[in-house]
Design a protein around this ligand. Structure first.
Ligand SMILES: NC(=O)c1ccc[n+]([C@@H]2O[C@H](COP(=O)([O-])OP(=O)(O)OC[C@H]3O[C@@H](n4cnc5c(N)ncnc54)[C@H](OP(=O)(O)O)[C@@H]3O)[C@@H](O)[C@H]2O)c1
Length: 224
């Protein structure tokens, strides 16, 4: 019996590292981040995993890095940025960076890996956000990127009926990203107010382990 292979982007820390831990018992892992250094700690924790260091917006480098992958059972698009600001304060660069990392780079990586996913009748999991369902003040560019991500996932599901496509919409999670958001909001950080990354990772595992007769289309998960 062959073990399934999963590529997780943004696996160096936060939710991506938790997803790697959750999938490790049942999958050979390819773990992405911007640099090899960033992956040192998760690779020490999950020996045998393959590092996949590449900046996802460097499309030539991504194409090169994707070349060796010819069969892929699970692709988890987890890497993302939250560069928040009001409509009044958000610059063109801020909009571009957010849409580039959270949406365009996801589309390009999916496109490059389609042959590998088709070869395995693979499963593509998109880490979306509550902001992909409802936009709040100060979140326009991030929410727009996540609304777009939902649209991309929906189109992919229809275009590629032999793949399974799941969008996961978590509320706030206790990660580096959330610490920066709360600092930007000028509030004290209390991790107990937020989802544990391991809890959201268990929703990803549940989606991936859903028997083949079902397609888990969307999972919404919020702090209790
Ligand atoms: N935290 C929350 O409250 C929350 C809630 C809902 C949804 N989400 C979503 O969950 C996902 C993970 O968030 P998180 O909180 O775990 O974030 P995080 O702690 O900031 O970690 C982000 C991860 O993405 C990687 N990354 C960022 N930009 C990249 C790029 N250009 N190329 C390659 N990798 C890149 C980072 O790699 P490096 O280590 O190399 O920087 C890191 O592994 C994101 O899509 C986010 O939008 C988060």
């Amino acid at each position: 019996m062959t073990t399934n292979t999963a590529l997780i982007t943004g696996a160096s820390r936060g939710l991506g590292a938790a997803i790697a831990r959750a999938l490790a018992p049942t999958h050979d892992l390819i773990l992405g981040a911007r640099s090899a250094d960033a992956l040192t700690s998760i690779l020490a924790e999950l020996p045998g995993s393959i590092p996949w260091p590449v900046a996802l917006t460097d499309y030539e480098a991504v194409a090169e890095a994707a070349k060796g992958i010819d069969r892929l059972d699970v692709l988890v698009h987890n890497a993302g940025v939250a560069d928040l600001g009001t409509v009044e304060s958000s610059t063109v660069d801020q909009w571009r960076n957010t849409l580039e990392v959270n949406l365009i780079a996801v589309a390009e990586l999916t496109r490059l890996l389609l042959p590998a996913l088709r070869a395995a009748n693979g499963h593509v999991v998109f880490i979306n956000s509550g902001a992909g369902i409802r936009a709040n003040a100060g979140w326009a560019s991030y929410a727009a990127s996540k609304f777009g991500l939902r649209a991309f996932a929906d189109a992919l599901r229809i275009e590629e009926p032999d793949l399974r496509v799941t969008s996961i919409f978590p509320g706030r999670i206790d990660t580096d990203m959330q610490r920066e958001i709360v600092a930007g909001e000028g509030r004290d950080y209390d991790p107990t107010h937020f989802l544990k990354a391991s809890t959201v990772a268990s929703a990803v595992l549940h989606a991936v382990e859903t028997p083949a007769d079902a397609q888990p289309v969307e999972i919404v998960i919020r702090p209790a």
